[in-house]
Design a protein around this ligand. Structure first.
Ligand SMILES: Cc1cc2nc3c(=O)[nH]c(=O)nc-3n(C[C@H](O)[C@H](O)[C@H](O)COP(=O)(O)OP(=O)(O)OC[C@H]3O[C@@H](n4cnc5c(N)ncnc54)[C@H](O)[C@@H]3O)c2cc1C
Length: 498
């Protein structure tokens, strides 16, 4: 942790570090290798700032060949590697290791190809999420997954975390929008999964790689789907006296077969923080606010808006506004998109959680969260991707007060256990990283975790790529043995010929 006097590294460590730095400089010349402690400070943490660690060295390659040679060297010399994009991860996925190389991919920042006929864009992994849309919007296209961090986060990071955003309810997560990747394995071997088409033969290795949190390989190229921008998009702001009413409205809309482009919910503390920050026009007296966006042909959007308006009133909505211009629609979203920094203004620190629950459990989970908030003596503001049940409770605390960080972490762990208890899961889009690593056994038993590690071993036989993330216990690959899917030999199926 920063601010704590670190013991002086041993002579042996210093010699090993010097050898690694020299080897990396032979691969990536000049300012592409950073070994100065002061200069490495910028890399000591990611979006999960409660955790900090200086890496052994930072390397910023510019070509696939350099990435391949770096990984091959590290593999041959048993050096750990942590891949990094823009460093906005909220689960500590890009947290450096004291004895590991931090491999920054931010020099891979070029859009390589745009194929409007195929509706694809091929980009390097350091390109920001928003830059993909910016590269194609003059032709009326866009890239659908839109994390709130889209101005900064990289496509490589999005692939590693399988990131989502407000429009993922209708258009899917990163995994539904990536068609192909190039990835360098720990041995230095360059592989390609998927391509420019919707399906490839063989096992779906692309699906395995998306969401693998930098544990299977380093992504060096990504081909994504681009979509034609909808003819119209309009949003509704809907205020309720209780989150139960808002939850019931969400369930009714989805149950009726309507899939809005986005369906977000905020509770009162989040509404007030956002309204004070950006004056989006949110009803300050609402206990729960829904922001619902519909897109498509104007006639369809108009019809769905009046349908949802009716359903909202039936469920007790007391405040409904419908955007009448693009500016107003953007304003409705501005509060939600700025919810995290808005909460940062009302508390010295906040801890952003990310869990998923079945939509019908929302009222129960909110009630239990209020009880936990009282138990821990910490406030919580809630923003949700309500349509897909992905919660983002923001726990407010002050790291300068003794024990508050620990209480915030314990509170967060209880929330995530609660998500699993009601049939949900530990993460919706931020990944496991270091943050949720020790909670993995609440969701997976020992056999499941070992099976997952066997997959990891097929890619990284020495556990050198991003170790310490995701798995609470690491087993040597040789001890894990081969994956057993079925105990006995399977009879060869008799395939009839016609
Ligand atoms: C204010 C704020 C709002 C956010 N909102 C959202 C949101 O709405 N939705 C959402 O899903 N997330 C959100 N996030 C989380 C974060 O932005 C995403 O997880 C994002 O995808 C991380 O991208 P990055 O480039 O910053 O990756 P990093 O933080 O640098 O790395 C994240 C993980 O990806 C791995 N990685 C990075 N690049 C590569 C690569 N080229 N090859 C292999 N592995 C790699 C790293 O090892 C690490 O495990 C938010 C974060 C912040 C700070």
């Amino acid at each position: 942790m920063s601010g704590v006097a670190m013991p002086r590294p041993s002579e042996e460590t210093l010699e090993r570090r010097a050898a690694i730095v020299a080897a990396l400089r032979a691969i990536v010349p000049n300012e592409g290798v950073i070994a100065d402690d002061l200069e490495m400070r910028a890399y000591e943490s990611d979006g999960l700032t409660a955790y900090r660690q200086l890496p052994l060295v930072v390397v910023l390659p510019e070509t696939v060949d350099q990435v391949s040679r770096i990984l091959a060297y590290c593999h041959a010399n048993d050096v750990k590697v942590v891949p990094r994009g823009a460093g906005t991860s909220l689960s500590g996925g890009a947290l450096p290791l004291a004895d590991g190389v931090l491999l920054s991919m931010m020099k891979f920042n070029r859009v390589l190809d745009i194929d409007y006929d195929n509706r694809t864009a091929t980009v390097q992994p350091g390109v920001t999420n928003l830059a993909v849309t910016q590269a194609v919007q003059h032709r009326g296209f866009y890239y659908a997954p839109d994390p709130s961090s889209q101005i900064a986060c990289s496509i490589g990071g999005n692939v590693a975390e399988n990131s989502g955003g407000v429009h993922c309810l209708k258009y899917g997560l990163t995994t539904n929008n990536v068609l192909g990747i190039e990835m360098v394995l720990m041995t230095g071997e360059v592989v390609r999964f998927g391509g420019q088409h919707l399906d490839s033969g063989g096992y779906d290795m692309l699906a395995l790689a998306v969401g693998s949190e930098g544990l299977l390989g380093v992504v060096t190229e990504v081909t994504v789907r681009i979509l034609k921008a909808p003819e119209t998009a309009r949003a509704l702001l809907i205020g309720f006296h209780s989150s139960e009413e808002a939850g019931a409205c969400v369930a009714e809309v989805i149950g009726a077969g309507i899939i809005p482009a986005g369906m977000e919910m905020m509770d009162r503390p989040a509404i007030l923080a956002a309204e004070d920050f950006v004056q989006a026009g949110y009803p300050r007296d609402a206990e729960a606010l829904l922001i619902v966006e519909l897109d498509g042909p104007a006639i369809e959007v108009d019809h769905l808006i009046s349908d949802i308006e009716g359903r909202a009133r039936n469920n007790g909505a007391f405040h409904i506004r419908i955007s009448t211009s693009e500016e107003e629609r953007a304003k409705f979203w501005a509060g939600r998109k700025a919810a995290f920094p808005a909460v940062g203004r009302i508390s010295p620190d906040y801890y952003c959680m990310d869990g998923t629950i079945p939509r019908k459990s929302l009222p129960l989970v909110l009630r239990r969260m209020r009880e936990l908030s009282e138990h821990y003596g910490l406030r919580v503001a809630n923003v949700f991707h309500a349509g897909d049940g992905n919660l983002h409770p923001l726990i407010l605390y002050d790291a300068n007060k003794d024990g508050e960080l620990q209480r915030a972490e314990d509170f967060g762990s209880d929330i995530l256990r609660l998500c699993v208890e009601v049939g949900g899961c530990l993460t919706g889009e931020h990944g496991v990283g270091v943050e949720k690593r020790d909670l993995m056994p609440s969701m997976f038993d020992e056999d499941d975790l070992k099976q997952q590690q066997r997959v990891k071993c097929a890619f990284d036989d020495k556990h050198l790529l991003n170790p310490g993330k995701v798995f609470p216990v690491l087993h040597r690959c040789a001890e894990l043995g081969r994956m057993h899917v079925h105990a006995g030999a399977l009879p060869f199926p008799d395939i009839p010929r016609f």
